[in-house]
Design a protein around this ligand. Structure first.
Ligand code: B12
Ligand code: SF4
Length: 466
């Protein structure tokens, strides 16, 4: 059977990313493709990132794939539904079977089936996709024995088979093949914007923590890790084949295991692997020794989950880390010469003006090189979503396929407009703070930022908790 794997992210539609310009190939599809190839099943990857809806549909019409596998996340949902509807109304694709996978599927499988998909694969995709394809190729209609799928049943909207257990040894999985996408397009985009190139690699699946807002739809709370030897072999091949200037480890908590990191460094040295990389981790899984290991193995930037400078908020999120630990590890990493970034969010339930002030103080004390600030949004399936579900306001166009979870609003501490000013306040306060000391008091930039920050903070004071 002709099998096509694709997704629904089009860079041309994403104005924000066009400005940031740090695109990466779709790892999930490449992992799936590599696994199927190893099992003797050939599949084509159509990477939509640098393409368009029109090009994708022309490809469909020209090649008429019998199986179309699509990766779905909450943001691309809108395009995925559009793609499904297109396939369903296109006569030449009448026989195409649509299989969906990825993080958005678990909570919305019934909606995706209603939109026209045939199968939804929850969790890890490799083994389920293989079994499903083998069934379809053998024209076996009974799929009741295939774990991890949801499908339409006679007289019912959906039937969900039991969950598939996680793959025990992820070292057995083949390396993704980046030749299946146009890496040249990715590298050109990076080079033009930043002057260097970057690639991703995944070494772990799952995370054993319980942060209430985090979606665990694919890998749950499992923690499985590839051996450092295998990771070094994959990295060495990628360096030899593609010569990227740096890597991003897409792992949830890169420093979760210190012994893994030690072995990783050991094997990197043994194989004379020299890379530059950035990674994400938690402050409670770091100490001075970890920072040294990061540095010695090539880490140039560590992103440390921060979320809030207020301990009250961290506890409400069930982060299981202290704001002090986060500050300490940002400072320690900087001292060791590693760049630092931290993620912050505003508008989590229970957050007050005082908590936002604490977040600003937290940033001023730890001085990370970079931070991101997001207005908290509840992803379906998370504990955060459950907590606020009674007050969730659906977007005006609330048909599935018209909105993503990012568009969901709920009753926060203050009215929505408050957060517009709060985000402005944090950004401008920090811009002013980050001006070089000698120009601080006279620079027009400093004065501008300070004025906007003061005005925003002043306006914030007029809002009372609802
Ligand atoms: C890397 C990453 C990104 C990169 C993506 C780069 C790229 N092109 O790969 C960037 C920075 C762009 C990004 C952005 C966002 N991300 Co992100 N990201 C991740 C991260 C850390 C790793 C993804 C990854 O590569 N995993 C490794 C691969 C192998 O796993 P996988 O993709 O899940 O694939 C497996 C299965 O899903 C399945 N599968 C995948 N595709 C298919 C297709 C078929 C047909 C089948 C059957 C199965 C299948 O099989 C695969 C192998 O088992 C995950 C967290 C995580 N640990 O997974 C979050 C995650 C996917 N991101 C998330 C979010 C929320 C976002 C943003 C919305 C954030 C924001 N506010 O902007 C944006 C959305 C961007 C967009 N427009 O699509 C959420 C998704 C939640 C959800 N329910 O949809 C996650 C799960 C983080 C979290 N825990 O909350 N992200
Ligand atoms: S936010 Fe990070 S540490 Fe927390 S559960 Fe998600 S992946 Fe794990």
């Amino acid at each position: 059977m002709k099998i096509l794997l694709t997704h629904g992210y089009f860079l041309e539609e994403d104005k924000v990313e066009q400005n940031i310009m740090m695109p990466y190939p779709p790892q999930g599809l490449l992992h799936l493709n590599a696994y199927l190839t190893k099992q003797g099943i050939s599949s084509t990857v159509f990477d939509t990132t640098f393409s368009s809806f029109k090009e994708l549909t022309s490809f469909f019409k020209e090649h008429r794939p019998e199986i179309i596998g699509i990766y779905c996340n909450m943001v691309t949902r809108i395009n995925i539904v559009k793609i499904i509807r297109y396939i369903r109304q296109e006569e030449s694709l009448e026989k195409s079977i649509i299989i969906l996978g990825g993080p958005d599927v678990r909570q919305h499988n019934v909606n995706y089936l209603k939109a026209g998909a045939d199968f939804c694969v929850t969790g890890e995709g490799e083994e389920t996709m293989l079994e499903l394809i083998m069934n379809l190729e053998a024209r076996i209609k009974d799929v009741s024995g295939i774990k991890g799928i949801t499908y339409k049943g006679a007289g019912v909207d959906s039937i969900s088979n039991p969950e598939r257990p996680f793959i025990k040894n992820i070292d057995d999985l083949p390396f993704p093949d980046f030749d299946r996408v146009s890496l040249t397009d990715y590298f050109s985009a990076w080079k033009n914007k930043h002057g260097y190139t970057s690639m991703t690699i995944s070494t772990m699946r799952g995370c054993p923590y319980f942060c209430k807002w985090c979606s665990k739809a694919v890998y749950g709370n499992s923690y499985r890790r590839r051996s450092p030897e295998k990771v070094v072999i994959e990295l060495s091949r990628l360096v030899e084949q593609y010569h990227p200037d740096q890597f991003w480890f897409v792992d949830d908590v890169f420093t979760l295991s210190k012994s893994w990191l030690k072995e990783f460094l050991h094997h990197s040295r043994q194989n004379k692997l020299k890379i530059r990389y950035e990674c994400i981790t938690r402050a409670d899984k770091m100490d001075e020794e970890t920072v040294e290991l990061l540095k010695d193995s090539g880490c140039f930037k560590v992103w440390i989950g921060g979320e809030s400078g207020s301990q009250k908020m961290l506890d409400r999120m069930d982060r299981r880390v202290t704001a002090g630990q986060v500050r300490e590890m940002i400072i320690t990493s900087k001292k060791a010469g590693i760049g630092t970034g931290t993620f912050l969010m505003l508008g989590y339930p229970g957050e007050t003006r005082q908590d936002i002030d604490e977040t600003v103080r937290h940033l001023k004390t730890s001085k990370p090189d970079q931070y991101t600030l997001t207005l908290a949004y509840p992803i379906k399936g998370t504990a955060f979503y459950m907590e606020v579900s009674a007050s969730i306001r659906m977007p005006v166009f609330n048909n599935f396929g018209d909105y993503s979870d990012r568009d969901l609003d709920f009753q926060r501490t203050y009215k929505p407009a408050f957060y517009w000013h709060a985000i402005r306040y944090v950004h401008h306060e920090m811009e002013a703070f980050n001006q070089k000391p000698y120009v601080k008091r006279i620079s027009p930039f400093f004065i501008k930022h300070k004025l906007i920050a003061a005005m925003s903070r002043f306006i914030m004071s007029f809002y009372n908790p609802l």
